[in-house]
Design a protein around this ligand. Structure first.
Ligand SMILES: [Zn+2]
Length: 421
């Protein structure tokens, strides 16, 4: 029997306070499975540019690759249309919001240009440009009155997994539980780390806080991240075998671009200004990089990044990753490394327990007590950074203050060090 392969993308279905696109994609696939036979080869969860003005929470879009029998094609599209109409109806009942959902469902027979992904993960995308570009493909697009969701839905289809991809198992809550406090045992979440070594970011060790559950009233019970599909399934079954743990209604494993650093490129530069610290304890300074001055900002939540930035002085040479914010025209730092520092000047040499003083231009140093003379020099020491938590000389925020897209330092020391050498 002949099969047809489809790429399906969904985005912008959420209200800020309710719903979740992961749940919508699962719901869509279930709607199709309940009616015709399909094979799903992969589900994907794709994080996009964190500064997108229309983002909801983590700015994630969903896609899936599925196959159906050729003779079911018409019914597949009919089912998709029905499902989308229902989605619009459901969304029309959302409470008013500054960013109302603007959903899109894209069904494509062909792979979309990977450029769609890279444009959408690294910067702003104009909806009209994307609409013109997507017309070249054989796609069926469903939208409501607004069509912003096309940007994320097409990017999710266009993403091509690579060696940086990871997996996330998402477990959803029973409908009766949505909105109530999640019943999770932090001890079990902590044990995930040691029992299932291929899982990661289960908790923030600096805050003894679980990271697998969202804090919003959305339908997600938890998400377990890891490098192995098989391990995630085992970890989930282990959590659920425990009656202390809230039981899920369903779960699925997604391939994702989380922790890939796809949204940023590392850069080098030389510090050219003193640090300035704002009321909220955020720090900023100016660097010279690739022929221009750039402002770098570290927020208080950045922890070690903020501390390291504050220890810098003009002349220090640094590397960083971060996102350019068009709002304040500066780079919001995600990772920072000091790879060559200027000496920190302490004082003139001491004599009689006090600093010697310069007697004037082109004159020697002199002790004001005993009149001893010395050639001019400064007593200096190296920058002190041993109070700052770093991995191979790089600083990053604690796990709960990182973006979904940010690659943890322990994942990619080699690449960052190549940049420096
Ligand atoms: Zn002296």
């Amino acid at each position: 029997m002949d099969n047809i392969r489809f790429f399906v993308g969904i985005d912008d279905t959420d209200h800020l306070e309710e719903g979740c696109t992961t749940d919508k994609m699962n719901n869509f696939i279930n709607h199709i499975i309940n009616n015709i036979s399909i094979t799903i080869s992969e589900r994907r969860l794709v994080r996009l540019w964190p500064f997108a003005s229309r983002r909801t929470r983590g700015n994630a879009a969903l896609s899936a690759i599925l196959e159906i029998h050729k003779e079911d094609e018409k019914i597949f599209f009919d089912l998709s249309e029905d499902w989308f109409k229902n989605l619009l109806l459901e969304i029309s009942k959302h409470p008013p919001s500054e960013i109302p959902a603007s959903p899109a469902l894209i069904i494509s027979k062909s792979v979309l240009s990977e450029d769609f992904y890279w444009e959408t993960v690294t910067g702003h995308v104009d909806i009209n440009t994307r609409l013109i570009e997507i017309e070249k493909y054989n796609c069926k697009i469903y939208t409501g009155k607004n069509n912003w969701g096309i940007i994320g839905a097409s990017a999710a289809i266009a993403w091509i997994p690579n060696k940086n991809s990871t997996w996330e198992l998402i477990a959803w809550r029973k409908p009766t539980m949505i909105g109530q406090k999640r019943i999770l045992d932090l001890k079990k979440v902590t044990d995930l780390d040691s029992r299932f070594l291929d899982t990661f970011l289960n908790r923030d060790p600096t805050k003894n806080r679980g990271l697998i559950s969202p804090r919003t009233p959305c339908p997600v019970l938890y998400g377990i991240r890891g490098s192995s599909y098989a391990t995630l399934k085992k970890a989930h079954i282990w959590l659920q075998s425990n009656l202390d743990f809230e039981q899920c209604s369903d779960y699925k494993i997604h391939r994702t671009n989380q922790l890939s650093d796809d949204h940023v490129s590392p850069l080098n530069g030389t510090v050219v200004s003193k640090i300035s610290i704002s009321k909220g304890a955020h720090s900023s300074l100016s660097v010279f990089s690739n022929g221009r001055n750039i402002t770098l900002i570290a927020f208080n939540e950045g922890g070690p990044v903020n501390k390291l930035l504050r220890s810098l002085v003009p002349g220090d040479m640094i590397s960083w990753t971060g996102l350019f914010s068009p709002i304040d025209n500066s780079i919001h730092l995600e990772k920072l490394s000091l790879y060559d520092s200027v000496p920190r000047i302490l004082h003139r040499p001491l004599c009689c327990y006090t600093s010697m003083k310069s007697a004037g231009n082109q004159q020697s140093l002199r002790c004001s007590k005993c009149n001893n003379k010395s050639i001019k020099y400064w007593v200096a020491k190296d920058v002190v950074t041993n109070h700052i938590k770093m991995v191979n000389n790089w600083a990053e925020p604690s796990p709960s203050n990182r973006r979904h897209l940010s690659k943890p330092l322990e994942f990619e020391i080699p690449l960052l060090n190549n940049l420096i050498s």
